[in-house]
Design a protein around this ligand. Structure first.
Ligand code: ISL
Length: 569
């Protein structure tokens, strides 16, 4: 959006921090992180300087998908604490000027949610139509393999339909069979969701991160998809940004957000979203959401066998994607900026070499883009992938189901499987936060639910807190830079050197002010002509504490060096 610093929305200057509560900090020794654990570390967030915390789900849940399967939207799961603990957290964050954004998971509920238990109880139950129930494919035996109403594959392997003996029909679940999809065609479903959202806002939360919100509108005839090697079809063309998605998000906006203060934040998680749809979602004039999470940059490197069959990616491919999204959401709409979250591998393992230097360079690269940056817990410490060596170490339902499927189909050898999981599995981001060098990294006094990374003896918050050269201190400076420099928040973005395979460079311009950003995405030194004069420029921000104004000739960057320069004059 083209706005002046005076009337730009508050979140154009904000940085969001994501907490995955299960892995953040455990206060009671049961091995699972909890709300009291977060309370013990709120000053870590305040010191970092973040404006918003996005809290992954803490609602009542059977934990089939670590809380993304909710059985009561209005209560806290005892695993994480109580409503009183949540109120205390809201108060502690607000006292430090930090907002709290809740995860909103309403594409599906748990199969243990009372809405679903009613829905499955009888074909004439008033809640039957709240979910997607369909009879077996005509001419098949209900419950037999291949009798599913459509050939759709679930995100977590296997068919997206579960047969229910009691009523002889199937229900749709795009994720696990314990996550039945809500039927957003039914106005009662929508009103129940909106009422729940209003209750949370009334309680004091500051907005929502909306889980797979672009999957709620389905093509109601549910056509079969193109069949893959597993014999199942890809239904995504019929449920990704479906026919009514913009109408439904606008309705939600009117029913829930209109008339509330402009201090809220709404961000849609939108796998498979196109740039054109993202513009529509985030055009303020349309009243849908403030920003969305796009997936093109994190989906780079998918091989022929999907996410667990990764292939190498070139820096120029990353530039092409991020540059296109910067340009596409320049005039209208707004980007969210993220490297990592609880579903993605760690950025230092993916794009860096796991050194603190690479963590800092990649942080500068992302945070100097135009959009709202999201920091995923532990990223500010340079935490790495898990490096598990056995399939049994993985806990994630996506991995467990995938392994069972490929073994049953005999599709991959075990070494290839292990290598793929080690590269892209979601558990890479879910190992406990590394607070100190002590037992279990200070995460728990008990047995952690997921193995703590042994590198916590080197990489941890305690070691970095007082060290001005640490990754943590670097993140602190980057966050302050966004708060202090209107050009970082609002300047136009222009990519430089799109064909260069080692240097990622761009400019940001706001009125007469120009910033030049150059990042060496590699450990080898490099010399480069940016095509923009930077001799004698002011060093506004740098990865290396001894960085000085560039001299004449090509710009020299040391390994993993990033510079933010303000040319003189
Ligand atoms: O990581 C993925 C599987 O390969 C993604 O496709 C992921 O499932 C997708 O981004 C949706 O994620 C969100 O909804 C899921 C939940 O498992 C994820 O943790 C959540 O972020 C279902 O609620």
């Amino acid at each position: 959006m083209t706005v002046s610093p005076d009337d730009a929305p508050w979140w154009t200057r904000a940085v969001v921090y994501q907490i995955y509560p299960r892995s953040f900090a455990d206060s009671d020794g049961d091995g699972v992180g909890d709300l009291r654990g977060i309370l013990e570390h709120v000053d870590h967030l305040a010191d970092l300087g973040v404006d918003v915390v996005w809290l992954s789900p803490i609602y009542r849940s059977p934990q089939d998908d670590n809380g993304y399967d909710i059985s009561d939207y209005d209560d806290v799961d005892p695993l994480f604490g109580s409503l009183a603990d949540l109120d205390a957290l809201i108060e502690a964050l607000h006292a430090r000027g930090i907002k709290l954004v809740m995860d909103l998971v309403v594409n599906h509920t748990s199969d243990e949610h009372p809405w679903f238990t009613a829905s499955r109880s009888a074909t004439d139950d008033p809640r039957r139509d709240w979910y997607w129930w369909r009879p077996a494919r005509p001419g098949t035996v209900p419950g037999a393999p291949g009798a599913e109403p459509t050939n759709w594959r679930s995100f977590f392997s296997g068919p997206a339909w579960q047969y229910d003996e009691a009523t002889g029909e199937y229900y749709l679940h795009l994720f696990s069979r314990k996550q039945p999809d809500l039927n957003w065609e039914n106005p009662q479903v929508r009103q129940a969701v909106y009422a729940m959202m209003r209750r949370w806002l009334d309680r004091g939360v500051d907005g929502f991160r909306m889980d797979v919100i672009n999957l709620v509108s389905k093509v109601t005839s549910l056509p079969d998809g193109v069949v893959g090697v597993d014999g199942l079809g890809d239904g995504s063309p019929y449920y990704t940004c479906g026919p009514r998605i913009h109408e439904l998000l606008h309705e939600m906006h009117e029913e829930v957000f209109a008339g509330r203060s402009g201090q809220l934040l709404t961000v849609g998680e939108t796998p498979g979203v196109t740039l054109a749809d993202a513009v529509a979602f985030t055009d303020p004039a349309r009243g849908e959401v403030d920003m969305v999470f796009a997936f093109e940059h994190v989906d780079l490197g998918r091989g022929p066998g999907g996410k667990f069959d990764p292939v190498p990616v070139r820096l120029t491919e990353l530039k092409e994607v991020l540059g296109r999204w910067q340009a596409g959401l320049g005039e209208v709409g707004w980007n969210s900026l993220y490297w990592s979250n609880h579903d993605q591998p760690r950025v230092v393992s993916r794009w860096g070499d796991e050194s603190p230097a690479s963590a800092k360079a990649l942080a500068t690269l992302l945070h100097l883009h135009r959009g709202t940056p999201y920091v995923y817990q532990g990223e500010e410490l340079g935490m790495t992938n898990a490096h598990f060596t056995a399939v049994e170490q993985y806990q994630d339902i996506e991995v467990v189901n995938y392994v069972a499927q490929v073994r049953a189909l005999g599709l991959v050898d075990e070494a290839h499987l292990l290598a793929g999981l080690a590269t892209t599995s979601r558990d890479n981001a879910r190992t406990p936060v590394q607070w100190d060098a002590g037992p279990n990294a200070g995460f728990t006094s008990g047995e952690p639910w997921l193995t703590v990374n042994p590198n916590h003896v080197r990489i941890n918050a305690a070691a970095q807190r007082q060290d001005e050269t640490s990754v943590l201190a670097h993140y602190r400076r980057l966050i302050a830079l966004r708060h202090d420099e209107p050009t970082v928040a609002l300047g136009d973005f222009t990519m430089l050197l799109p064909e260069h395979e080692q240097v990622y460079a761009f400019t940001r311009r706001l009125g007469a002010d120009l910033l030049v950003v150059a990042v060496n995405v590699g450990a080898e030194p490099v010399e480069v002509d940016l095509g923009v004069p930077v001799e004698g420029a002011e060093v506004v921000h740098a990865t290396h504490p001894d960085a000085v104004a560039p001299g004449p000739g090509p710009l020299r960057l040391r390994g993993w060096e990033a510079l933010v320069l303000r040319p003189r004059g």
